[in-house]
Design a protein. Sequence first.
Lengths: 297, 113
Amino acid sequence: MNLRQLIPVVFLGILLSGCQSKTKHYDLRGQVLDKDPATNQITVKHGDIPGFMPAMTMSYLVKDQNGFQQVQPGDVITADVIIAGNRNEYWLENLHITDESGRTTTKAGTVRRLDIGDHVPDLTLVNQDGKFFRLGDFKGKAVLVTFVYTRCPVPTFCPRLSSRFAKIQEDFAKTPADFARTHLVTISFDPKYDTPPVLRKYGLAYLDNDPAGFSHWDFASTNPDDLRKIAYAFGLEYFEEDNQISHSMVIVLISPEGTVAKYWSTEWTTAELENALRQEANAGIVPQQPPMRRKTG
Amino acid sequence: MSRIRQYAFHFPVVSAFALLLSARSPGASVQRGQELFDLHCASCHVDPPTYLKKQPPKLEGLFKAKYLPSGAPANDKQVRKTIIEGLRTMPAFDQRLNDRDINDVVAYLRTLR
């Protein structure tokens, strides 16, 4: 191979090594608590993953199809957590079952939640200003709801949700008609810590310190009993252990009629959420026809 | 000067010195601090995801500057406050890290150049 032939090969090599550096691999070891064939995700209670997250329970997409079929709730597994360069995407590969003996001792099956088209529960929430409201108050608007807790330290979870909701807030503010027909609600499942003043401070950080933004985006919570009811309705799992809250990720789109229009878990993009929200908000709206010209002459 | 008066005179000086020592957290483990940092802080402060609303600052040379990225004076008290209470989009590590953990993390942060 002469020098001229070698240059493109070396260049390609550099390019490929650059691409490879955009994904990171971490070792995961934990116990599978749940498996959802609809989304190809498993919920794993795992140990510390330094550089990625402390020990917790969370849902992962499994790209290793063979591994996904074999794994069952209760199994102890090892796997590689693969994280794309911008941490928007992460999934499990090289899934190995190291202990099957727990299969019969843990729950199986997926979480129950409202079906698409079901009416959402009209429970009372309290927002960042201490004001009571209901999801039913937004009838006539498409509402995007998600769940966080303000102390969540895992950037791929609550900080990602709030950051992307902030982007949706900014983008919709550019089109006043869409802004007026939509609403965002972030519900904390940590009411003990996330009191209205804490939620207000948290919300302002995502609203560029402009309280006017709360008119389109509420940060709310409620009492533990109603919170359980809302979480159950939307299939959210959360539980407290070692001063941390392990939780799954749920985004739900509510139609202007107050029914469930769509769910997302960990796999979504901001554009996808914005398109669905815009489409739902404008679904029943007949576009205005330009005025008819009167015939003359 | 009586002996009591002598002690009374020295008491504030000794107390101030003791306070200074405690601020430096003697016995803090840099190694343990690094482990805690890798676990709780690195995912945002070493390689922050680009989609975050505010990009978390890199923490090299944190204590070399006069002020923290927030504009507060760069001292142990302010750094501890930020870790415990959080700041803007940074979550509070209250109840997640205890006093000893925070001392160790601060000791590690002091080694970052």
